[in-house]
Design a protein around this ligand. Structure first.
Ligand code: TRP
Length: 446
């Protein structure tokens, strides 16, 4: 059991705030043209993300086991088809796929702690910064080294049990990360082209909107809130019975959104002020922009190293939650030791991650449907499995679970809050997901 509501908020926020906010959100915003994408993303967070997160927490607390066994219990109690346990199984697979590449990118961040600390970016411009990044990625052994280091660290924390280490880390590190991020926004405001950055993020240009971009925004809403695969369900299983789920979830969603927008405001003004950088840079965006700021800032060597250290911590508190559904299930199923399961799961995941390591060098030209190995794994998990998982969760919580179970968990059964919840979970979320899926397929193949 989490020792307080605050600790649940911290753990769930630790899971939510990660590479998704600081690395992924800016680069997919850049690739999808800015403001219109951001608006769709915010709508997806509010109309789909928040209701699905409430559903995950309430299902987790109602079942109080690993997601797979929680679903089995809920299916039994409501006398429906065991089809719904698919949510749990697909979540285990999605978590596995995501962690395989998440650990690789987190490894990049860890290596940047040392690069910045070593002064590699002092006085850097766009060309130097991009050069350092591209040289780094071209060397698979070096990337593999940092990837392995990150995976080992994750396995150690997971093996020792989440609660003590994780809670302490999250309680101290998240606020520092936020402060540093806001400091970087300040730097971007003074030295970058802040007006261009803000305009890019917040000006709405409907012509830049596509269904493929909308699917990305929706996938990202799930990813950034850690939804669709049972991670939050697993955390909800340890939540005390008297904590209000709805207000807690809204707090978590707000914190996560603030961090993502701050990252965008730190990165895009630099992109527009520095020659040789473009918003559509792709996965390297954060690694090429922020070091320029640090390289030209008094004390930037230390601050830069600290910043990437905190990004690495944010990544590890997320990585842990990606293993949680599979881990708790295997522990329950085989009555196995947590540490054993953590090592085996982590090793398999590490092995799969090598494909992502090579996607940026040796295998860069090996493509399936025009996508590299990394992009295939990313596409499957991020744009297919998470939204699909989220939709099944919404349908289950909205239409299958008995009203009594839901009311017991939420603590209200009429009024404004109830109407909002019903509309979100039973209608907006499933319909929104289906519409985005159908139109994306239509647009890609039609
Ligand atoms: N939310 C994390 C991020 O933004 C990533 C993450 C952690 C995640 N656990 C998850 C994504 C579960 C999907 C599902 O970096």
């Amino acid at each position: 059991m989490w020792s307080s509501r605050l600790l649940f908020v911290l753990a769930a926020t630790g899971s939510a705030v990660g590479l998704g906010n600081i690395w992924k959100f800016p680069y997919i915003t850049g690739e999808n043209g800015g403001g219109a994408f951001v608006l769709v993303y915010l709508i997806c967070i509010a109309a789909i993300g928040i209701p699905v997160m409430i559903a995950e927490v309430l299902m987790g607390r109602a079942g109080r086991q690993s997601p797979i066994n929680t679903l089995r219990t809920l299916v039994r109690d409501s006398g429906t088809s065991s089809f719904w346990t698919l949510i749990g199984w697909m979540g285990v697979l999605a978590g596995f796929l995501i962690l395989s590449y998440y650990a690789v990118i987190a490894g990049w961040a860890v290596s940047y702690v040392f690069r910045l600390g070593g002064g590699a970016f002092v006085g850097a411009d766009g060309e130097l910064s991009s050069g350092i990044f591209n040289d780094f990625l071209a060397n698979p052994w070096e990337v593999l080294l940092w990837h392995s280091l990150f995976m080992v660290a994750t396995i150690i924390i997971v093996a020792r049990g989440v609660v003590r280490g994780l809670q302490v880390a999250v309680r101290w590190l998240m606020p520092i990360l936020l402060v540093l991020l806001i400091g970087l926004v300040g730097y971007a405001a003074v030295y970058g082209d802040f007006a261009a950055g803000v305009a890019f993020l917040f000006s709405f240009d409907a012509s830049k909107l596509s269904w493929a971009g909308t699917l990305t925004a929706m996938g990202h809403a799930f990813f950034t809130l850690s939804l669709g695969m049972g991670a939050i369900m697993a955390y909800g299983a340890y939540l005390q019975s008297n904590t209000s789920i709805s207000s807690t979830v809204i707090t978590i969603g707000t914190l996560d959104t603030v961090v993502a927008l701050a990252a965008g405001l730190a990165i895009f003004p630099i992109v527009f002020a520095v020659e040789g950088l473009a918003p559509g840079e792709g996965p390297g965006l954060m690694f090429q922009t922020l070091p320029i700021a640090f390289g030209n800032l008094p004390g930037g060597t230390v601050l830069g190293a600290l910043f990437f250290l905190l990004v690495s911590f944010a990544a590890i508190t997320s990585a842990i939650s990606l293993t949680e559904p599979a881990l708790t299930y295997l522990v329950e199923r085989y009555n196995a030791k947590r540490s054993r399961v953590a090592i085996s799961l982590g090793s398999f995941c590490w092995l799969l991650g090598i494909g992502t390591v090579l996607s940026f060098n040796t295998w860069a030209d090996a493509k399936l449907f025009g996508l590299t190995f990394f992009e295939v794994v990313d596409y499957l998990s991020y744009k297919v499995m998470l939204p699909l998982g989220g939709m099944l969760i919404a349908l289950f919580a909205g239409w299958v679970l008995s009203k009594q179970t839901v009311v017991d968990q939420l603590g209200f059964e009429d009024g404004m809050k109830w109407t909002l919840w019903r509309t979100g979970i039973a209608f907006a979320a499933p319909a929104g997901i289906v519409i985005v899926f159908v139109y994306t397929i239509y647009q890609s193949f039609g």
